[in-house]
Design a protein around this ligand. Structure first.
Ligand SMILES: NC(=O)C1=CN([C@@H]2O[C@H](COP(=O)(O)OP(=O)(O)OC[C@H]3O[C@@H](n4cnc5c(N)ncnc54)[C@H](O)[C@@H]3O)[C@@H](O)[C@H]2O)C=CC1
Ligand SMILES: O=C(O)[C@@H]1CCC=N1
Length: 302
């Protein structure tokens, strides 16, 4: 097993003067799991100048993934935890919840008290991570897929052992992928999973339905994609350009007795608003269930 890192150095990095002096670029950050989200974070951190070069490490257990990551060349890619985990000041865990217990058991002998752990795993609680790793400083975050294009929405909350200044630095790290929201409790993280974490899939669901309608109306695939994509981008841009509510914007599109009213009446008649709210609650409840399942035990979710 690799030697345990240098706690004195970590103490320096994580004391208040370090954070007041804003020397984030001297931190070593390790991302574990180089899939959709892990690679998104690693690339965003690498491109942001948040860290100095050579300070970002990635470990994925898949050899195929390691080869793919090495081709990118943005960070050092490790083939085992022993060469990277003891050197890290901040560790971002980005594996599926089902892989969390095995990974944390492997990590435990190599971690130390000064290290700070960020988990983006859905439903895995701060207590589970603290107990399984035997550490105290945990930030639980819930990002979303648009982080891949710098438009992510990440909610996060921290264990009480994470200081205000440490949290400010972690917020800057999370913001390399878009915007973030510091929430007071893990219950709010589960709720935000039902809104922003899973939310991009609901938008894609709506887009797929409109695409299907356009294809039925005999548009070819390319034209249907343009009609739907530009309509979504335009509507979102309008929404973000003012404080008007979606209801206000709907009123601007819909003329009395017109085409939009016909569509909106059809949606209301089918209770679409309630169905979408129900879907968001289903994701919220699932995040809570995952938390109970992973509470110190094995996970039954892939
Ligand atoms: N995909 C999404 O939109 C979002 C995902 N999440 C969370 O992010 C986490 C990762 O999700 P994805 O990136 O989509 O998954 P993914 O399946 O694309 O990536 C996971 C990676 O972890 C690696 N891995 C598995 N076990 C490992 C281990 N023991 N050590 C090192 N690497 C290991 C796998 O080889 C894989 O490359 C999940 O916990 C999920 O709940 C959170 C918000 C949004
Ligand atoms: O579906 C999931 O479990 C993850 C968490 C939020 C988005 N994807």
């Amino acid at each position: 097993m690799a030697k345990i890192g240098t706690p004195a150095r970590r103490l320096f990095y994580f004391n208040e003067s370090y954070f007041l002096n804003q020397k984030e670029e001297q931190m070593n950050v390790l991302v574990i799991g180089g899939g959709n989200m892990g690679i998104t974070y690693a690339e965003a951190i690498a491109k942001s100048n948040f860290l100095s070069s050579g300070s970002l490490m990635v470990f994925d257990k898949s050899e195929e993934k390691q080869a793919e990551l090495r081709a990118g060349g943005f960070f050092s890619v490790h083939s085992g935890l022993g060469t990277c985990l003891p050197e890290a000041d901040v560790v971002l865990i980005a594996v599926k919840p089902v892989h969390a217990p095995g990974l944390m058991d492997e990590m435990r002998p190599m971690v130390s008290a000064g290290q700070l752990f960020i988990s983006i795993m859905a439903g895995v609680t701060i207590d589970t991570i603290k107990q399984r790793l035997g550490i105290d400083k945990v930030v639980r975050a819930m990002p979303n897929l648009p982080a891949q294009v710098g438009l992510g929405m990440t909610s996060f909350t921290a264990s009480e052992q994470v200081s205000r200044l440490e949290l400010a630095t972690i917020e800057k790290l999370l913001d390399t992928t878009g915007r973030s929201l510091n929430l007071a409790s893990e219950s709010e993280i589960d709720a935000s999973t039902g809104i922003s974490g899973s939310g991009p899939a609901y938008i894609f669901y709506f887009m797929q339905a409109l695409l299907d309608a356009a294809l039925k109306m005999d548009f070819n695939k390319e034209d249907a994609r343009l009609l739907v994509g530009q309509t979504f981008s335009g509507a979102v841009e309008l929404f973000n350009s003012s404080d008007l509510s979606p209801d206000d914007w709907m009123a601007k599109v819909a003329s009395k007795g017109g085409t939009t009213r016909a569509a909106l009446d059809s949606m209301d008649g089918n209770n679409l608003n309630s169905l979408i709210q129900e879907a968001a609650y289903a994701a919220f409840r699932r995040a809570e269930e995952l938390g109970k399942q992973t509470d110190g035990k094995e996970v039954a979710h892939a």
